[in-house]
Design a protein around this ligand. Structure first.
Ligand SMILES: Nc1nc2c(c(=O)[nH]1)N[C@H]1C(S)=C(S)[C@@H](COP(=O)(O)O)O[C@H]1N2
Ligand SMILES: [Mo]
Length: 325
């Protein structure tokens, strides 16, 4: 109990986890509080040193044999902060299919992401089932530096590789009745045991309005740091909507459906008063259990003020002009 009082406030929201920042800053943190001899800190942080961990992760990324993707960086999307180090971003993930904590990279090895097809259906003129390689070949691939803000208050800045969702929409030609896009993560409870847990509404689903889906920021992502996505980031294809809390950016998508009604979404179904459908980053609207006014960067622990729409106001504010929230 005492321990929680001395932990930084952002520790609390990330209740199930071993926050990377605690880990990375363990020495500094321990020194500052004079807690080096208290076993509980080690218990929370794990017991390998930062360097050992970095090496283990880099080895793991190498073994994943991720193929390079050549993509030109789009200079329109620049950052106000340094990029997060690759090994940090790859070891602090939310992917509830594999873990309720952040060490997802330790559990994904046995899960196969190839072959992979994406089924696009619903209110479209050209429904199709398309192999991921064929989809990538047809789409305008580029690199973009984006901020990412998790509802739990951690943030990162990473170079994604992907294509605008608008390009996929043009490919399938939605009918005028289409009002929402529903995306669904793979569902393989035999291979991925957590998908057998009855307490969660598997498979993970997310959704956007058509206007949000067509916004130029909305990216379908197939790579990061110059190569294919490691599994823990949602291989082989995931959504990235950087003005919304991270849970909207659904991973490992195998179904995209155009609908006339708002789809049910994973976190909203689980805890509707904490995770809404819109989920736009907003420093002025606290989560029921914690403030959203600041965030901390993975790896460095740097604390920053949360930006309205995560700093993407100029791109998206017009979408919500007439809304109250
Ligand atoms: N299928 C699926 N997608 C998911 C999640 C998940 O648990 N399952 N977690 C979400 C949350 S809460 C966040 S913050 C981001 C994290 O993306 P990253 O691990 O690549 O940083 O993925 C989102 N997409
Ligand atoms: Mo998140």
């Amino acid at each position: 109990m005492v321990l929680f009082k001395i932990l930084p406030d952002w520790f609390i929201p990330e209740n199930e986890a071993t926050p990377e920042s605690v880990f990375m800053n363990r020495r500094r943190f321990v020194q500052k509080l004079g807690l080096a001899s208290i076993g509980a800190v080690t218990l929370i942080s794990g017991c390998t040193s930062g360097t050992e961990r970095k090496e283990a992760v880099q080895q793991n990324l190498k073994q994943a044999n991720l193929q390079p993707i050549s993509a030109t960086r789009n200079p329109r999307f620049s950052l106000d902060r340094p990029l997060t180090e690759e090994y940090v971003a790859a070891t602090y993930n939310n992917f509830y299919e594999f873990s309720g904590g952040k060490e997802v990279w330790r559990y994904v090895d046995g899960w196969q992401t190839s072959p992979w097809t994406v089924e696009i259906s619903g209110l479209v003129a050209k429904p199709q089932k398309i192999a991921i390689e064929d989809l990538i070949r047809k789409m305008p691939i580029e690199e973009r530096l984006y901020r990412h803000r998790c509802v739990e208050t951690w943030a990162m800045a990473v170079p994604w590789i992907g294509f605008p969702m608008k390009a996929l929409i043009d490919l399938v030609e939605p009918k005028p009745q289409a009002k929402f896009v529903k995306m669904t993560t793979f569902f393989r409870p035999k291979e991925v045991p957590r998908q057998d847990l009855q307490s969660y509404p598997w498979p993970y689903t997310e959704g956007l309005t058509m206007a949000e889906a067509m916004n130029e920021l909305t990216l379908l992502v197939v790579g990061i740091y110059g190569h294919e996505l490691p599994k823990q980031h949602g291989a082989p294809i995931r959504l990235v909507v950087p003005w919304k809390y991270g849970f909207k950016s659904i991973k490992s998508i195998d179904r995209i459906e155009f609908t006339d009604t708002q789809p049910a979404t994973f976190w909203n179904t689980l805890v509707s008063n904490e995770y809404d459908f819109q989920a736009n980053v907003n420093p002025n609207v606290p989560h029921p259990r914690w403030s959203q006014s600041t965030e901390h960067m993975l790896g460095t622990g740097e604390r920053r003020r949360t930006l309205i729409y995560n700093g993407y106001e100029q791109y998206v504010a017009s979408l919500y002009k007439n809304a109250s929230g």
